[in-house]
Design a protein around this ligand. Sequence first.
Ligand code: PMP
Length: 343
Amino acid sequence: MNDAPVLSNIVDAVGNTPLVRLQEASEQTGCTILGKAEFMNPGQSVKDRAAVFLIEDALKRGAVARGGVIVEGTAGNTGIGLTLVGKHYDLRSVIVIPDTQSAEKKATLRILGATLVEVPAVPYVNPNNYVHYSRRLAEAIGAREPNGACWANQFDNPANRDGHARTTAEEIWQQTGGKIDGFVASVGTGGTLAGIALGLRNKNKAVKVALADPPGAALYSYYTSGVLKAEGTSITEGIGQGRITRNLEGFAPDEAYQIPDDEAVAITHRLLEAEGICVGASTGVNIAGAIRLAKSLGPGRTIVTILCDHGMRYQSKLFNAEFLRAKGLPVPAWLAAEQADVP
Ligand code: PMP
């Protein structure tokens, strides 16, 4: 008899993801490094959780009613989550995405039934940035929709962070039996990092929390020197924040690391090759951060991080030898080979 439950709908399949021991990272550090397999959510990313938190919050507040529209600016994963979860709640989705995001995420959104609006990738200070664009679009659609339109506002609605504190942190605590010394994550909205930090620190103040930031983000500089300063660029998607979002307010990590792309990319490739875990590059940033925290805490500790989204979302980039070469990033031999030899 299998004790996996029968769920009454797909939204109930969001969360309760496995915690997986990461073999090489653990062996390399003498610690137990565990990855929360968020790519196993129905929409294949950690952002399915935020989609549930944000939609349920909007419905509860009466910001939108069933039959209405949910509008959001997103690097793609939140849009995928909102579109799937929206179907369960009878909400259509209008998704505003910067044109730099992967073709696979855009195609997925179209297939799922989102109305997709692609905008040029411009900084947050520009009024045409995807976040501001999506807020204005929500207002315009709301004015003509009988059931309303709600802007999900993932960056600045603390329902995102609170949901992670209530669910993801609680799951991690239960799954490790409270035997956890550190937690590491990168930041898009900050909901994952600040929410899980809040939840875990509530259980045990001694849990060390670290930020893993890609180049081009300003948070590493902020948490180490007090200045929001961004330098460089990154091929990672969904992470790399330039400001203190509402979800980050009142939060501070114990440690902060900046992870270069070549390191994050090599870890992500190796994780697939050696362990059969296929994820995107933000997960490589997280694991690199977990390895740094493990080295700082010393052997014998348990450190948890997030396996953020599925790698098949990045076939044309992270898993494309030509793309990697053009960016000056390492290409693993198995990816460089035109065709594998038949064994
Ligand atoms: N990794 C990926 C691939 C993402 O899409 C996101 C969300 N944008 C994150 C990490 C970071 O999650 P959060 O928004 O909770 O900070």
